[in-house]
Unconditional design. Structure first.
Length: 242
């Protein structure tokens, strides 16, 4: 005699009067436990994930010309033309000076030390040289040089020419970007063709021109145009023809 059945209509083992113990156990298991079906992950989702992974792998690295140069934490500031210095000689206030500008020829003059080259030297180097020259007049002079206003060497400055509101030369700072430069020159004039601008840069002894869309950066928020600046870069902003 056949007994039992599945509530879900599925097939189950036949249970008869002659069914042995193991058969009865299998019957009980089929009747009491739900039928297990393994979950199959949707094929469409798997395809989308595969496309996203391949797209991420296909994104090329940023060109070397758009990557910021590594910051040199050990590099000391070097004095440039137009910097303003304060020079203090310990115990000799008559030999100390404040707000001393570096002349366009790169030299400065202090009491007892006229026409000394300052450009290209660190404040410490300049202080040591002034102290050496003062030894003829002062016993063991202690000289401290402080930079009050910064311009830096011209070969490291960023120059902005063309249709900027205030075209000028800007001291380069580690981590500087194009947006930093445009803020410093107060943006574009109404006649600027900002999206036709370019950055002139020297790499490996050759000049390259990097197209930049400054108007899209400033007015459209396109941060992809906010490229890293390099020392000596020149930003050229042409005038619009319309």
């Amino acid at each position: 005699m056949t007994l039992g059945g599945r509530r879900d209509g599925g097939s189950v083992p036949k249970l008869t009067e002659t069914t042995d113990v193991y058969g009865r156990i299998r019957y009980a298991q089929h009747c009491k436990m739900p039928h297990f079906r393994p979950y199959r992950f949707p094929t469409r989702i798997l395809s989308i994930l595969a496309i996203l992974v391949l797209a991420a792998c296909a994104i090329p690295p940023a060109p070397a010309s758009l990557v910021a140069p590594p910051a040199d934490a050990t590099a000391a500031y070097r004095i440039g033309p137009g910097d303003t210095l304060s020079i203090s000689v310990y115990g000799a206030p008559d030999l100390s000076v404040t707000s001393l500008p570096v002349r366009p020829d790169g030299r400065i003059s202090t009491p007892l030390v006229p026409d000394i080259v300052a450009v290209g030297k660190t404040p410490s180097q300049l202080g040591q040289e002034i102290a050496t020259r003062l030894q003829k007049y002062v016993k063991d002079p202690q000289v401290t040089v402080m930079v009050n206003t910064f311009n830096g060497p011209l070969d490291r400055s960023i120059r902005v020419i063309g249709q900027a509101t205030t075209p000028e030369t800007i001291p380069y700072v580690d981590g500087m970007t194009l947006l930093d430069v445009m803020v410093a020159v107060k943006g574009l004039t109404p006649y600027a063709a900002g999206n036709s601008a370019k950055v002139i840069r020297k790499e490996n002894g050759q000049e390259i021109a990097i197209p930049v869309r400054i108007d899209a950066l400033l007015n459209g928020g396109n941060v992809s145009q906010n490229i890293a600046m390099h020392p000596g870069d020149i930003v050229v902003i042409p005038e619009s023809w319309f």
